[in-house]
Ligand binder design. Structure first.
Ligand SMILES: NC(=O)c1ccc[n+]([C@@H]2O[C@H](COP(=O)([O-])OP(=O)(O)OC[C@H]3O[C@@H](n4cnc5c(N)ncnc54)[C@H](O)[C@@H]3O)[C@@H](O)[C@H]2O)c1
Length: 352
């Protein structure tokens, strides 16, 4: 691994040096109580596109760090997906503000003003804690917004599904999921659809969700079974598909895993880079999350460009062969590093 590979890889999971983002904008609005951070990581490939996250943060520094780290991941997600966008992300820390109307609308109007001031350099979309309706409010302030009229989740699920198949092909040398057991953590918008796609492909599906009703309903639809949220990550299965929260694969968890492939839709599946090496030593194939879960951003681009469904489907399905290539290129080494070096090469070529 070269020094620059190591640096790029650390950037995806560790606090980013505050001076490495092209811009970090902090924005405060006294009337609504809004405190927001917009991190624009890199606009080499185009305007910075990335979601708006609204969740509590222990400190301003933590909020800035998260915005920068997620923005960096978006730079690589777009570079790998061959999209004409840079990486960006924003976070809202408005802990005292009610999430109900009309305060919510006022908050997103104020945030929309902040986004509009970037003059299109930052394009927001939905992320944890924000909705399509919030995006509409941001747009009403003259800001360019993606994701305001359609849910990207089914396309994210489709991309994660073809990525999963590529991982399975590598690990088991079979072209489909037929007869394999796929454990899905998180039966939400993406995980639920991923479970359905896996079941349709002939997999036996195990589903876990902190929302027991949701897990039961998705399991019933798939003819699958519910597993306990505390056990899903280490349950006996062929494929583990983390599709809920970040950093579920820790160094403590790796020795207890009973899967051969990890391929899911969640961002930041690995707790630290060394987890990938530990997985490899245990013969577990890891499909890089920022490659597998790009279906949603491809969908946003397709809608903005007026692509028809056939073109969009082809672009999302291209995630499968991309994962196959990366896994082949990585051999016994790191697929995450293979993906990062490919992303860096695309950025370098665009800068020339
Ligand atoms: N929606 C997209 O298009 C998209 C795109 C890229 C990445 N992702 C990532 O995919 C993941 C799922 O996104 P989503 O849109 O389906 O979210 P969602 O909120 O619709 O679903 C998440 C589900 O996970 C469940 N959950 C939360 N904590 C859990 C836990 N500890 N164990 C089991 N279940 C738990 C929730 O109850 C919920 O049902 C997230 O990590 C998100 O960042 C989503």
């Amino acid at each position: 691994m070269s020094d620059s590979d190591a640096a790029g890889r650390r950037d995806l999971v560790d606090p980013v040096d505050p001076w490495t983002s092209e811009q970090v904008i902090t924005y405060a609005d006294e009337t609504t109580g809004l405190r927001a951070v917009i991190a624009i990581d890199d606009t080499t490939l185009g305007p910075g596109f990335g979601g708006v996250r609204w969740r509590p943060y222990p400190s301003t520094a933590a909020a800035i760090r998260e915005a920068q780290r997620l923005a960096r991941a978006m730079t690589f997600k777009h570079a790998l997906a061959e999209l004409p966008y840079g990486g960006a992300k924003s976070v809202i820390m408005a802990d005292g503000v009610t999430r109900d109307e009309p305060a919510r609308r006022a908050l997103f109007e104020a945030f929309g003003d902040a986004v509009a001031r970037t003059h299109g350099l930052y394009i927001p979309g939905v992320d944890m804690g924000t909705t399509l309706a919030d995006m509409d409010v941001i747009r009403s302030r003259g800001a360019r917004v993606y994701c305001a009229d359609a849910d990207p989740s089914p396309w994210t699920a489709r991309g994660a599904y073809v990525a999963m198949r590529a991982g399975v092909q590598r690990a088991y040398d079979v072209p489909t999921l037929a007869g394999l057991t796929v454990a899905v953590q998180g039966a939400g918008n993406v995980g639920g659809e991923l479970a359905r796609l896996a079941a349709r492909d002939g997999a036996r599906v195990l589903v876990a969700d902190v929302d027991a009703e949701r897990a039961a309903s998705v399991a019933a639809e798939c003819g699958g079974e519910v597993v306990d949220v505390a056990e899903v990550v280490t349950c006996e299965c062929d494929v583990l598909a983390p599709s809920a929260v970040a950093r579920v694969v820790t160094m403590d968890v790796v020795p207890r895993l009973r899967c051969r492939v990890i391929a899911g839709a969640a961002n930041d599946i690995l707790d630290e880079p060394s987890c990938e090496q530990a997985l490899s030593e245990r013969g577990i194939t890891f499909v890089p999350d920022f490659v597998a879960n790009a279906g949603g951003v491809i969908h946003e681009h397709a809608r903005a460009q007026g692509w028809d469904d056939a073109r969009l489907t082809a672009a999302v399905d291209a995630i499968g062969p991309r994962v196959t290539d990366l896994l082949e290129q990585a051999g016994d080494g790191s697929a995450v590093e293979a993906a990062l070096s490919r992303g860096r090469a695309r950025l370098a070529a665009a800068r020339r």
